[in-house]
Design a protein around this ligand. Structure first.
Ligand code: MN
Length: 378
């Protein structure tokens, strides 16, 4: 089986088109992770072809998914601090604003917010030779930036670990679904291109934040030996990992903790017959507790700490739409669930979704969807 898949990959056939997600996960467990870099998806040329070009200065833009999390922002800034060492002119552009707990990251104050600084960002995008697209699988994940990226003449380079990448949107790239984080992929990019000596403290801090966050502080099954090897190397660069942890997780205001208490006490419903818990948050709660971007980060993980719970879902009434987050344990496929019922996707054990319907209608649909999935949830 191992060699069969490997050969398909080398012929450039996308694995996601050949196997179901569940299959891919079984394979991932059966095969050694080292096989995956060879599973180059169709359309994109291999990322290795970029390596010899790194020493020729270019105009570079780095972008990531909207509302960047620590992995998206950490990958982008980690790559930024690498590329500037080759005299590239590098600009990081985020599709939207980001949480306050990312603002400590070196270089973060120079990141452009496409939503509020479009006049500044558009000319930079127009002049770009390369656009690195990090931690997302399809251009629509960049919200209002998507049309601009679609029509850009720049070479688009993808580095990502989300399921089912739209590989036809990128000229070069690598998508390695079993990787812990895009931060780990940036680390691999630096090391494999032969420039491990360029990893400095700034890069170490940014990449550590990404891998720590996407592995749930090294707890999720994606935490491979290579993750710990990478962290060991980052420590050798002088990384203070406790400080990074504090900056990300101990940097909220009082209102956020009171909000958490409120929603856990009053907005959580547990469906023991489906081993599932749901937190549905009306807009009034967001307003009452002055909740900002990033304040709901991590909330979806709390119900998973209830004994026996296999899936946790979080539904939030945002201004323009209702947003879903899903987390699971064991063999429940959040990516497929989010894709099937809520216009979303992501990873096997962590995915997101959206809906333009009301909060109540979403809750009703969710309960119906649980009935369809009763066998997988028991
Ligand atoms: Mn990620």
């Amino acid at each position: 089986m191992f060699f069969f898949i490997l050969n398909l990959g080398r012929k450039g056939i996308s694995i996601s088109s050949l196997f179901s997600n569940k299959w891919a996960v079984k394979m991932r467990n059966a095969c050694h992770l080292a096989a995956y870099p060879y599973l180059c998806a169709s359309f994109m040329k291999p990322i290795q072809q970029i390596y010899p070009l790194l020493t020729q200065p270019r105009n570079v833009v780095i972008t990531m998914h909207q509302k960047p999390d620590p992995d998206a922002m950490g990958s982008a800034l980690g790559l930024f601090h690498f590329l500037v060492q080759f005299d590239h002119k590098v600009t990081v552009i985020s599709p939207t604003n980001w949480a306050d707990f990312l603002k400590w990251m070196p270089g973060c104050k120079d990141v452009l917010d496409y939503e509020s600084q479009r006049e500044k960002a558009d000319p930079v995008l127009d002049n770009a030779d390369w656009i690195f697209c990090l931690d997302f699988n399809a251009l629509h994940r960049t919200k209002y930036m998507a049309p601009k990226l679609e029509h850009s003449k720049a070479i688009k380079i993808l580095l990502d670990h989300h399921e089912e990448p739209h590989t036809s949107s990128f000229q070069y790239g690598i998508s390695v679904i079993p990787k812990s984080s895009t931060a780990e992929m940036i680390y691999d990019f630096i090391v494999e291109s032969g420039h491990a000596d360029k990893i400095n403290l700034e890069i170490a801090q940014c990449l550590y934040a990404g891998v720590m966050s996407d592995t749930g502080s090294f707890r999720f099954p994606v935490t491979t030996p290579s993750v710990h090897t990478m962290v060991a190397e980052l420590k050798k660069k002088g990384l203070n990992h406790s400080k990074v942890h504090e900056e990300i997780y101990d940097n909220f205001l009082e209102n956020r903790l009171r909000f958490m208490g409120h929603v856990l006490a009053n907005r959580m419903e547990v469906f023991y017959e489906y081993n599932t818990a749901l937190i549905a948050i009306p807009k009034g709660d967001i307003i009452r507790f002055h909740i900002k971007t990033g304040d709901t980060e991590g909330l979806v993980n709390y119900p998973l700490s209830i004994k026996g719970i296999k899936m946790a879902a979080l539904l939030i009434d945002r201004d323009e739409e209702r947003r879903w987050s899903f987390r699971s344990k064991d063999e429940f496929d959040c990516n497929s669930f989010a894709r099937t019922y809520f216009e979303g996707g992501g990873h096997y054990n962590a995915a997101g979704g959206r809906s333009s319907l009301s909060l109540e209608e979403n809750v009703r649909q969710f309960k119906e969807a649980l009935k369809d999935n009763v066998l997988q949830l028991q």
